[in-house]
Design a protein around this ligand. Structure first.
Ligand code: FMN
Length: 182
């Protein structure tokens, strides 16, 4: 499976106020322009078996309440750890507010990254921190140059969202092909 157009692609999201679903729609639309169709599923309505049936899985999560995990994802923690993700490629996106919660920016995406790695996934789609202004984040790599997935801030930088989504989707299409060829 080297080409996303032939892959079974799922997008699993959790949301409290709808933003993460809306960004999931934008990601799906952008992927459609590459000929990739995506099945979008709310995490509150899925299971490990359903996730395991996908070749490529995109997961979206917002951070709530000072570094807290969106509640449907938090309830799904045991299941995500029990999902057989060996040989699967995963890409993450997170929503947060870098000014309102600058010491906890996108923390929940970092939480999810740790768990999908534990479940055996290969994670692609790391995204540069350039252009964001925050103090701390659990979604950073050791060098603090990249987030573990796409960071979206609908509260402070909504005007950058469409461009970020477009660039990131092009990036994950390429990285999926590279990861599959490796
Ligand atoms: C009470 C409250 C707490 C929040 N806590 C955080 C936080 O700790 N870190 C962060 O990056 N964003 C935080 N946010 C911002 C949300 O993640 C952001 O608004 C996101 O777009 C919500 O996504 P959703 O509509 O999918 O639930 C918080 C927002 C509110 C209103």
């Amino acid at each position: 499976m080297s080409d996303l157009t032939e892959a079974n692609v799922g997008l699993i999201f959790g949301t409290d106020t709808g933003n993460t679903e809306e960004i999931g729609d934008k990601i799906s639309t952008a992927l459609a322009s590459f000929g990739v169709s995506v099945e979008m599923i709310n995490v509150s309505e899925t299971s490990p078996e359903e996730i395991e049936a996908f070749d490529f899985i995109i997961m979206g999560i917002p951070t709530w309440d000072f570094g807290g995990i969106q509640e449907d994802w938090e309830e799904f923690e045991e299941q995500i750890l029990a999902t057989q993700l060996q040989g699967k490629t995963v890409a993450l996106y997170g929503l947060g507010d870098q000014r309102g919660y600058g010491f906890y920016f996108l923390d929940a995406m970092g939480w999810l990254n740790e768990r999908v790695l534990k479940a055996g996934a290969r994670v692609i789609g790391a995204w540069p921190t350039e252009g964001y202004d925050f103090d701390e984040s659990l979604a950073l790599n050791a060098e603090r140059t990249h987030f573990c997935g796409l960071g979206i801030d609908e509260d402070q930088q909504f005007e950058l969202t469409d461009e970020r989504v477009e660039q990131w989707v092009a990036q994950i299409v390429t990285e999926f092909a590279e990861a599959s060829a490796a």
